[in-house]
Write a protein that binds this ligand. Structure first.
Ligand SMILES: Nc1ncnc2c1ncn2[C@@H]1O[C@H](COP(=O)(O)OP(=O)(O)OP(=O)(O)O)[C@@H](O)[C@H]1O
Ligand SMILES: [Mg+2]
Length: 349
């Protein structure tokens, strides 16, 4: 459904110098650096797949999605979505895709949600039964009727996001690009949005491309991941494989014995190679360990042997920590080669 080959997007960033002379100087010199936001990325996504596009802030996720959605032209390389180049045939492309940018509204600011939906119905020429079916679905899962006739600009972030997600799906798109679609949503609504995405994927075979910093979103929605780091694709595979690459794991338990938790934590840190234990609120002990030094089996064996385990659980490794590890591994194997003239953004990215 989506084929991306050698995709590159560069932005020219003009330097601002301090003071009046500086800004006058900028007028003439137009000094700039080039930020390579997307750096030679290639991947394929089959129809019906649910793919997470993961990376830290500034990694190039939104830029890639803007190109895929036809909003931006690449500097080099190309992509095909359902057989067309999105930025060349924007109108045709728009019919087969739905987009949510959590950080930017796609709705008409001064219109109410029902009015926006009516406009979209005409723009996309949505058949009456499809429109009705989808409205019923959004009512049921997102409670969109509760948004009433308030103009979008007066909605809360969570209310607006419900409308954005619904609007992106109104015309049964073949591909859904969701760039942080659960931003600002409480847990109940996050769950509802995840359910809705799963529903259209199952029922209509919708291809889903998601970016999110929320592991819950990714775990609930996606089965495969692409990890980007400074514009480069550094990992691709199933979600399970990604979590399994976590080099540090953790277990948390409560000890039933009389010994103070702090003492237990100190003992574990001293005796288990590569492990670090700390006391959490409520006296539970958290043991973090490097899988390279100690296996989960050894840790469990040690804990079972020495303590009276209660309320034992192993939290999933956090997405951010998994990504950090992948980045560290990628950095260790050498930074991606830079081309002359391009520079990387630093802390601002
Ligand atoms: N219009 C633009 N002009 C100049 N630089 C840009 C522009 N858009 C993005 N960039 C730069 O490109 C890089 C990638 O940005 P992008 O928005 O794609 O990151 P992201 O992975 O979506 O990050 P986040 O998780 O914060 O949303 C950043 O360094 C950003 O500053
Ligand atoms: Mg982004």
């Amino acid at each position: 459904m989506i084929a991306v080959e050698g995709l590159v997007k560069e932005f020219k960033v003009y330097r601002r110098r301090d003071g009046l002379l500086g800004s006058l100087g900028t007028l003439f010199a137009r000094e700039h650096t080039t930020v390579r936001a997307v750096d030679d990325i290639s991947f394929e996504i089959p129809a019906g797949a649910r793919t997470a596009y993961i990376g830290v802030n500034g990694a190039g996720k939104s830029t890639t999605i803007k190109i895929l959605a036809g909003i931006m032209r690449p500097t080099a390389g190309r992509c095909l979505v359902d057989g067309i180049e999105p930025y060349r045939e924007r109108r045709r492309n728009a019919r087969s895709i739905g987009v949510v940018f959590g950080q930017r509204s796609q709705l008409w600011w001064d219109l109410s949600v029902p009015d926006s939906f009516q406009i979209l119905r005409h723009v996309y020429d949505i058949p009456e039964p499809v429109f009705r079916r989808n409205l019923a679905l959004f009512r049921e899962l997102l409670d969109i009727d509760a948004l009433g006739s308030t103009p979008v600009r007066k909605l809360s972030l969570g209310q607006r996001m419900r409308a954005e997600v619904a609007a992106s799906m109104l015309h049964d798109p073949k591909v859904l690009y969701l760039d942080e679609p659960t931003i600002g949503l409480d847990l109940v609504l996050k769950t509802a949005v995840r359910e809705l995405i799963g529903h259209v994927n199952r029922e209509l075979g919708t291809t889903v491309v998601l970016t999110s910093h929320d592991l819950g979103d990714i775990a609930a929605i996606c089965d495969r991941v692409l990890v980007v780091d400074r514009g480069r694709l550094i990992h691709r595979g199933s979600l399970r494989d990604l979590l399994d690459t976590a080099e540090r794991r953790a277990v948390v338990f409560e000890s039933g014995g009389p010994r103070p938790a702090a003492e237990i934590a100190a003992e574990i840190t001293a005796r288990l190679p590569g492990a670090r234990a700390s006391v959490l609120e409520g006296g539970r002990v958290r043991v973090e360990f490097a899988t390279a030094a100690t296996t989960s089996r050894q840790v469990l064996g040690f804990l079972l042997h020495h303590y009276d385990l209660r309320d034992f659980y192993a939290p999933e490794p956090g997405l951010e920590s998994v990504i950090r590890e992948i980045y560290a591994a990628s950095a260790a194997s050498g930074p991606p080669p830079r081309r002359a003239g391009s520079s990387r953004p630093t802390a601002a990215a």
